[in-house]
Design a protein around this ligand. Structure first.
Ligand SMILES: NC(=O)c1ccc[n+]([C@@H]2O[C@H](COP(=O)([O-])OP(=O)(O)OC[C@H]3O[C@@H](n4cnc5c(N)ncnc54)[C@H](OP(=O)(O)O)[C@@H]3O)[C@@H](O)[C@H]2O)c1
Length: 309
């Protein structure tokens, strides 16, 4: 009887696979048939995985809330038990709070950082010993243009992506001797309904609804960002195809910009001195000239600075 040699397939673990970019990445990986794909989702959306990705010999569904250390550890153990290795980790799951700095609260900041920063860091820490043993591996962290440029009302999200980029850069040096690659993917605006998933902090929502201080910031920035996403030519599938190419590179770059606007922002950031860059950005943000014109200090509105929220 003829024996078939088992074809080696890299094991790829992806977080946040139920929608947007994570879903598109997993669809591309599964379609290529060259990978073993671990598709994951947090508890409340885990059941949706079965509808999107049929489970088979090369596709494993696992519950994984990136904010839970025990779920991270269970997932990594289960993958090792099943396939004995992890070749690529794609830290994709993320949340985005919209709020001016003054409207952030401890709960919102905590969830933002636990999802976009501490979760990915814990995942990296869990797969690194396995990759070091293999003396190979690739960690791909999905950042954003917000990891290089901060926009008003996106402070907390930007902070989380800047933090993720800082850790990834340090890790790049630490991993080099072990043949482990680290890449930061910087998408700009992606054409997907993901802006509906933006979360307003409690104070931001109140300010927006009750026309409180800073409501004009939300009036300007919310439709601006939605339009940029709506008009973007970069669909999740296009970005996913670029990430698949990154996976196949022998020497992947530390940073990769995967949409046209990200390339443009990167160029502007490099070419224009900071002093002028920020002034120009402020000038081009919609109706920024009207921000702060309301005389909140003299009013007794429900959100005037004299009233506590
Ligand atoms: N969309 C853009 O324009 C854009 C631009 C630049 C960068 N990015 C980055 O790209 C990544 C994907 O974003 P997206 O646009 O595809 O957003 P999305 O459609 O909102 O998808 C986010 C995914 O993350 C999951 N998630 C959220 N919290 C989680 C947690 N605690 N544990 C596990 N999974 C969790 C969500 O699961 P549920 O279904 O359970 O909510 C969802 O599957 C994010 O890191 C984002 O920051 C997006």
């Amino acid at each position: 009887m003829q024996k078939h040699a088992t074809i080696f397939k890299k094991v790829v673990l992806v977080t946040g696979c139920t929608s947007g970019l994570g879903k598109a990445i997993c669809e591309s990986l599964i379609r290529s048939s060259r990978y073993r794909v671990v598709v994951t989702a947090r508890g409340r959306s885990f059941m949706r995985l079965a509808e999107i990705f049929p489970e088979n010999d090369d596709t494993l569904h696992l519950p994984l809330d990136v904010t839970s250390e025990s779920e991270i550890s269970n997932a990594v153990n289960e993958i090792c038990r099943r396939w004995g290795r992890i070749d690529t980790l794609i830290n994709n799951a993320g949340v985005c709070f919209r709020s001016v700095v003054e409207h952030m609260d401890a709960n919102a900041e905590d969830l933002q950082m636990r999802t976009n920063f501490f979760g990915p860091v814990n995942l990296m820490k869990s797969v690194l010993p396995i990759m070091r043993e293999q003396r190979s591996g690739h960690i791909i962290n999905i950042s954003s243009v917000s990891g290089m440029v901060s926009m008003p009302t996106m402070a907390s999200y930007s902070a989380s992506k800047h933090a993720l980029e800082g850790v990834s850069e340090a890790l790049w040096y630490e991993c080099r001797p072990y043949g482990i690659q680290v890449s930061i993917v910087q998408p700009g605006f992606i054409n997907s309904p993901s802006f509906r998933n933006v979360i307003l902090s409690r104070k931001a929502r109140l300010s927006y609804e009750l026309r409180g201080p800073h409501s004009e910031y939300y009036d300007s920035m919310t439709p601006f960002i939605e339009n940029l996403m709506g008009y973007s030519m970069s669909r999740p599938e296009v970005v996913a195809a670029k990430i698949l190419k990154l996976l196949e590179m022998k020497n992947p770059p530390l940073r990769i910009k995967v949409t046209l606007d990200a390339i443009l922002f990167g160029l502007l950031r490099r070419l224009i001195p900071g002093f002028w860059f920020h002034k120009l950005m402020f000038y081009f943000l919609p109706r920024s000239g009207q921000w702060g014109n309301k005389k909140w200090a003299q009013e007794e509105g429900p959100l005037s600075p004299r009233r506590k929220i």
